[in-house]
Design a protein around this ligand. Structure first.
Ligand SMILES: [Zn+2]
Length: 217
């Protein structure tokens, strides 16, 4: 799959002392994309129409054996829901991204990406594929196989644990134009989806819409 990167704008500050470059990718509904960012870059992920989840995974660009760990991220934050000021940690307990802005504050660190097995055995939609397969497809040109895709940071996904200890999925609180910004703490390969879940009426409200991904350095 070819990643379509559309330059939004490119601004060079005269004198050559600083440069800002922006790129923009729109992730179509029910698909995934991959991109590489450098340490210090900021990634803004926008819920363009609202009520849409985006699964976000990352790898150390130079060593794919280091990747996002939702468990270590929860451990370091000592909470199950993270927002501005919190950090995404790797399986080696190193900082991968810091959340620098967040207009929603409701994201998920509990669920894996939706996947073929979930659709067949839990949601009653045999044959349907999801974010795991879409992340795998997007990342394979970077040498990542499906087994290597870690559990994501599920942007805009609204989950909780009920009094019976059961996991619950609710409608996202994100409205059109809401966004989260993540600053890269190392050079990273990113995989990101517009979540494909349209079987239930929660998660994405039963309707899948695109996600915007803007990077700037
Ligand atoms: Zn999904």
């Amino acid at each position: 799959m070819v990643v379509k990167v559309q330059p939004l704008s490119m601004r060079f500050v005269q004198g050559g002392m600083s440069m800002t470059e922006q790129t923009y990718i729109e992730v179509p509904p029910k698909s995934g994309r991959a991109l590489v960012v450098k340490r210090g870059d900021t990634v803004r992920v926008t819920d363009i129409e609202g009520c849409q989840v985006a699964d976000f995974v990352c790898f150390n660009e130079h060593d794919h054996k280091e990747f996002l760990s939702s468990g270590k991220t929860r451990m370091n934050a000592w909470k199950v829901r993270i927002s501005t000021g919190d950090v995404l940690f790797s399986n080696r307990n190193r900082s991968m991204f810091t959340i620098t802005a967040d207009t929603v504050g409701v994201h998920d660190l509990l669920f894996p990406p939706c996947n073929r097995w979930l659709y067949q055995h839990v949601l009653g939609a045999p044959g349907k594929t999801g974010c795991l397969e879409n992340l795998s497809e997007a990342l394979k040109t970077h040498g990542i196989e499906e087994d290597q895709v870690p559990d994501p940071f599920n942007l805009f996904m609204n989950t909780s644990v009920g009094p019976d200890n059961k996991l619950q999925i609710h409608l996202p609180e994100s409205k059109a134009g809401d966004y989260i910004e993540l600053k890269a703490e190392m050079d990273c390969l990113i995989g990101i989806t517009s979540c494909a879940e349209d079987v239930s009426t929660e998660c994405n409200g039963g309707r899948c819409t695109p996600i915007g991904v803007e990077t700037r350095c």
